[in-house]
Write a protein that binds this ligand. Structure first.
Ligand SMILES: [Zn+2]
Ligand SMILES: [Zn+2]
Length: 358
């Protein structure tokens, strides 16, 4: 009996190996390769992002959850807020437009960009967002809201990409790349006190000052639509103004910098003789918020959910995530998560908050 079982197992193993070989050979047949390619392309061009654009309430998509410190898994800061079939970017850090495109989000549905401040990690992909939304069928020039100084950034971008705009029109014609809607328009707003800077179709966006000294004019944003509210901190040290403006929010998206890890990084950089890096790591704690402080802010605001983003340094494995979140559960045991690129939060007008990935 045992010998028979042994033989059966051997034949099963031989059969499995033969199937694997057959599969490997089949995958190299051009007709099979073409079939796989066609199938993948078909899926690629169907609207996978429909749950973000359709339906009521607010939805949030994380297009960049990293920081200036490098991470292969995360683009630099970008949060997309969906309302009424359009989306709005809060910041457009380097690599973030690729995350939008990879999720199948139609670029032409971009309504506007809101900049929290003008640090490089928040504006690096402005030109990509501009190009992608323009040839995607955007209705007008792209409005870029921001604190004082946004005019300089937008003027510079428009100048830097003026030649490229011309090339695109030459390649694809006026119907796809119309000269009349090429480029961006700056929409500066006062940032000394909280004020509504956008009010369209029931969506209001309120800008409020935060503390990111020595940057002057940095803000956070509150989105209100159909009874739902999402607050985005921007870059800030723990901020009482943020707490006041996040009162009762369904979702607070707060930047987080694990200063206990940053201190270790600084020591390691110093030991390795990387003096400039060590100094930069010593400078940054004063103008950012630790995960525990962000949890405290969410509690004080009475926010239902807290999602941490602009993760410094980006925790890209389970051990790093646990170290990053050390101490948070004592302050806020539930309803707190780390953002990931491609993660979404769905906040329907009626019904529970849900998380999804695109
Ligand atoms: Zn930043
Ligand atoms: Zn900043």
């Amino acid at each position: 009996m045992e010998r028979l079982m042994g033989r059966i197992l051997v034949w099963l193993a031989v059969g499995a190996a033969a199937l694997l070989v057959l599969f490997a050979v089949a995958m190299r047949v051009p007709a099979v390769e073409d079939r796989l390619l066609d199938k993948a392309l078909e899926q690629n061009f169907t609207s996978r992002a429909a749950p973000l654009l359709d339906g009521d309430g607010l939805k949030v998509f994380f297009c960049g959850t990293g920081s200036p410190l490098p991470s292969k898994a995360r683009a630099q800061t970008c949060t997309a807020v969906f309302a009424g079939g359009r989306f709005y970017l809060v910041d457009a850090g380097t690599g973030s437009w690729e995350t939008i495109a990879a999720a199948g989000i139609p670029g032409g549905k971009l309504g506007a960009i809101f900049l929290t401040h003008l640090h490089s990690d928040h504006i690096g992909d402005l030109s990509e967002a501009n190009l992608g939304s323009w040839v995607g069928g955007r209705a007008g020039r792209l409005a870029v809201y921001g604190p004082a100084g946004v005019e300089r950034v937008v003027d510079g971008e428009n100048e830097a990409f003026a030649l490229d705009n011309g090339y695109r029109t030459a390649h694809h014609g006026e119907s796809i790349a119309p000269t009349a809607t090429a480029g961006m328009v700056a929409a500066p707003f006062a940032s000394e006190a909280a004020n509504v800077i956008f009010d369209e179709g029931g969506l209001t966006v309120t800008a409020f000052p935060v503390g990111h000294f020595p940057v002057v004019g940095a803000v956070g944003f509150r989105f209100d639509y159909q009874g739902r509210s999402v607050v985005i901190s921007g870059d800030t040290a723990y901020s009482q103004t943020l707490v006041e403006n996040a009162k009762g929010a369904d979702l607070l998206i707060h930047e987080a910098q694990a200063n206990h890890i940053v201190a270790k990084m600084g020591a390691a950089a110093s030991k390795a003789g990387a003096a400039n890096t060590a100094q930069i790591l010593a400078d940054i704690p004063s103008y950012h918020t630790s995960p525990e402080e962000a949890a405290r802010a969410a509690n004080e605001a009475g926010a239902e959910w807290l999602v941490l983003t602009h993760l410094t340094p980006a925790p890209d494995n389970p051990v790093a995530k646990r170290i990053f979140m050390r101490g948070v559960s004592k302050v806020r045991p539930t309803n707190v998560r780390l953002a990931e690129d491609g993660m979404a939060v769905l906040l329907p007008k009626d019904g529970a908050v849900a998380f999804a990935f695109f």
